[in-house]
Design a protein around this ligand. Structure first.
Ligand code: CMC
Length: 419
């Protein structure tokens, strides 16, 4: 067995070394404290492998992203329901599995009628991410079943996959004072969601197939991204034995933050601001370089990618195509392209390897679809749900798992007394 040598205060220790299936090298520090008395110090977890996982592989240096081994470029146009199945169950579904999965996904879309009343309690202008997380946590009051039974686990996975889009669309309808539109079982995941968002009872509504296709792709591109902040949160909460709905509700809250999924809303707000400010891109690039300004170029940079985010590459092309296909001329697209060009040639961004991330172009497509800005992060959550479910299941299936409980290095006052 390969080992790494650690010398601490004159004493040598051997740390086991192991390798992942793509050659990533890991030092196993599980017994570090027991053997040496020292802990591994890594605030922000930039060097910490919190688990081993067989779901998603990222090579941040080369800009590679694969779900269960399949490159994101091959996955992008598959049916979202298939991609969800792949992530959660490890393989693309057979025709028979897909038929059963799709049927479940449509037949579980309704929420309990009593839950509709919950929407009346939220402030009209309340952020839909707050509504989404609390509604998901509330689902556990309707489905309190035993998470240890595989049948209940699979049923709850199906329920949540099916119901999240209904909750998301109802939250939007409530915010604009329109009637809830119930799901329809003959529509695809994306078409069903679009109809619940944009149809009104007074007239027929046809889903635009171009919008349906674009949404399907966006959901796929967001479906998983290994141990990001929200997924790590889901795993952390699940490690205590918390139920599926509680764990995912926590993940939704983590996603909401502007440094994570909330960045897609911030990008559009930033682009609107630049537009209103005479399109002075250079000024905003300069502000982002000035640490004292507190301003960051939203949609730029990534903890793992030190190269183009492969999802951003796909989305940059898609934004152009979708807008052209829909005959939309959005000035924000040009501003985004110009901003990207300036930043990519600026030494500050080049030296720090800051490239556009998934959130940089996604909002421009959501806008073209008619999705309001404060729903953008909800769209991210709909896409990310299969990833959260896959990680929740992987963690719960791992019998060797322990509760997540990091250590700290205490730097406060040493013992003192008030008398
Ligand atoms: N604008 C200006 N400077 C930046 C930016 C940016 N967007 N991102 C990073 N930097 C600088 C940062 O100040 C630091 O500079 P220095 O080395 O001089 O101190 C350097 O680049 C390294 O950045 P970091 O903050 O150490 O990187 P991190 O891995 O801790 O943070 C990040 C990653 C994504 C939170 C950060 O790049 C950021 O805040 N970006 C803007 C928000 C954003 O777009 N978030 C979406 C991320 S992708 C999708 C998702 O996760 O949901």
């Amino acid at each position: 067995m390969e080992t790494a040598k650690l010398t601490l205060r004159g004493q040598d220790y051997e740390l086991p070394v192991f390798e992942g299936s793509e050659g990533e090298v890991a030092l196993d520090v599980r017994n570090l404290r027991a053997k040496t008395g020292a802990v591994a110090y890594d605030p922000g977890f930039g060097n910490t492998g919190s688990c081993s996982s067989a779901i998603t592989f990222i090579d941040g240096e080369q800009g590679i992203l694969r779900y269960r081994g399949y490159p994101i470029e091959e996955i992008a146009d598959r049916r979202f329901s298939e991609v969800a199945y792949l992530l959660i169950y490890g393989e693309l579904p057979t025709a028979e599995q897909q038929a059963a999965w799709s049927k479940g996904l449509t037949y579980h879309t309704l929420i309990h009628e009593d839950m509709k009343k919950f929407f009346e309690g939220y402030a009209t202008k309340g952020h839909p991410m707050a509504i989404l997380s609390s509604m998901v946590a509330s689902l556990s009051t309707y489905y309190p079943g035993n998470d240890d039974s595989p049948e209940i686990v699979n049923l709850n996975i199906l329920r949540l996959m099916a119901k999240l889009k209904t909750i998301a669309a109802f939250a939007y309808k409530k915010s604009i004072g329109q009637a809830f539109i119930y799901p329809r079982n003959d529509l695809s995941y994306s078409a069903n969601f679009l109809r619940m968002m944009f149809a009104v009872p007074a007239e027929p509504y046809e889903v635009n197939p171009k919008v349906e296709r674009a949404l399907n792709m966006l959901l796929n591109l967001h479906a998983d991204h290994e141990q990001n902040c929200s997924t790590s949160t889901v795993r952390m909460v699940a490690s205590s034995g918390a139920n599926l709905f509680a764990s995912i509700a926590a993940g939704i809250c983590a996603l909401w933050g502007p440094l994570h999924g909330g960045a897609n809303q911030q990008v559009i707000e930033m682009l609107e601001h630049i537009e209103a400010d005479g399109r002075n891109y250079k000024k905003y690039v300069d502000m982002a370089k000035d640490k004292s300004s507190g301003f960051k170029l939203m949609g730029f940079g990534h903890r793992v990618y030190k190269n183009f985010d492969p999802r951003a590459k796909i989305l940059r092309e898609a934004a152009q195509d979708v807008l052209a296909e829909m005959g939309i001329d959005d000035p924000l697209l040009e501003i985004a392209q110009r901003l990207e060009e300036v930043a990519l040639h600026d030494p500050f961004f080049v030296e720090r390897k800051l490239y556009p991330n998934v959130d940089f172009y996604s909002g421009i497509i959501y806008r073209a679809m008619g999705i309001p800005t404060d729903m953008f992060t909800v769209m991210f959550a709909l896409g990310r749900l299969p990833g959260w479910l896959a990680h929740w299941k992987e963690l719960r299936d791992d019998e060797s798992g322990r509760i997540h409980r990091p250590r700290q290095v205490y730097t406060g006052a040493t013992e003192r007394h008030s008398g």
